[in-house]
Design a protein around this ligand. Structure first.
Ligand code: 6GU
Length: 255
């Protein structure tokens, strides 16, 4: 897929995408990134890209024209229809479901704001969707764009190796991942759970599923649709809860 970044700091996003799975996706030509700097489309010696807000108040607002011209230049660089996303804390929250939807498109244009924001008329005219990556404020959309690029890149067919893909599949159930351990078995920080050393693959799978469900219940109850769980999962979660509550009762016990 092709992703165009419209930003005062397009190299910032490119750097974030240069390593690991995303860097490899670019080497494999599964992802191509292109930067467009609105400053390059701003006239005059000052190349001004922002101005004071009508109505007064602090901060600056990004001007329509440099952004508009940068977006149009990005659109014209490829014949495929582009879905334009504005990264802003005012957007709807990015989820893995939205990532999957966007990852299936042929191309995206990501608009990154700085300052207090972007003139609303530019958003109305050019933007298809406004997205936020969470309930906190960043100083610009670039990090959010980098997050989105990472998330869509790893879903491109062929971006992940087999092992990474298998891992990915195991997350698709909407529950958190289970804990992982590697050597040594015995360490000053603790011992690896016996079940993982048992060689009993059914027991191992059962333990991992129980840990996943239990962690989701403890940490992210908002993700857990208990009614939607199958009978076996509900039983596993009951076992986890019973063990957890015993542990609360007996802080020195082995539960
Ligand atoms: Cl997309 N932009 C900014 N500036 N802050 C954010 C954000 C986006 N998502 C969460 N915080």
């Amino acid at each position: 897929m092709r992703v165009d970044i419209v930003s005062l700091f397009p190299e910032f996003v490119a750097q974030c995408a240069a390593f690991g799975v995303v860097g490899r996706a670019q080497e494999r030509a599964l992802l191509s990134l292109h930067g467009w700097n609105p400053r390059d489309y701003a006239p005059g010696n000052y190349r001004r890209v922002d101005d004071r807000p009508f109505g007064g108040g602090p901060g600056m607002v990004m001007l329509i024209d440099p952004l508009h011209d940068a977006i149009e230049a990005a659109r014209a660089a490829d014949p495929a229809d582009a879905h334009v996303v504005y990264l802003t804390p005012q957007g709807t929250r990015l989820t893995q479901a939205k990532v999957r939807e966007l990852a299936a498109l042929p191309r995206l244009i990501l608009l990154c704001g700085r300052y207090e924001g972007v003139d609303e008329r530019l958003i109305e005219a050019e933007v298809d969707e406004e997205l936020s990556i969470g309930d906190y404020v960043l100083s610009g959309g670039e990090l959010a764009a980098a997050v989105l690029v990472d998330a869509v890149a790893r879903l491109q067919e062929g971006a992940l190796n087999d092992a990474e893909s298998a891992l990915q599949d195991s997350f698709e159930g909407g529950v958190l991942d289970c804990p992982h351990y590697t050597r040594p078995v015995e360490h000053a920080l603790g011992k690896v759970p016996d079940v993982l050393l048992s060689g009993n693959h059914a027991q191992i799978a059962r333990w991992r599923r129980m840990e996943s469900l239990g962690r989701t219940w403890l940490r992210r109850p908002d993700l857990l649709d208990e009614q939607g769980l199958g009978k076996a999962d509900r039983a596993l979660l009951e076992d986890f809860r019973a063990r957890y509550l015993r542990g609360l009762d007996e802080p020195d016990g082995d539960a």
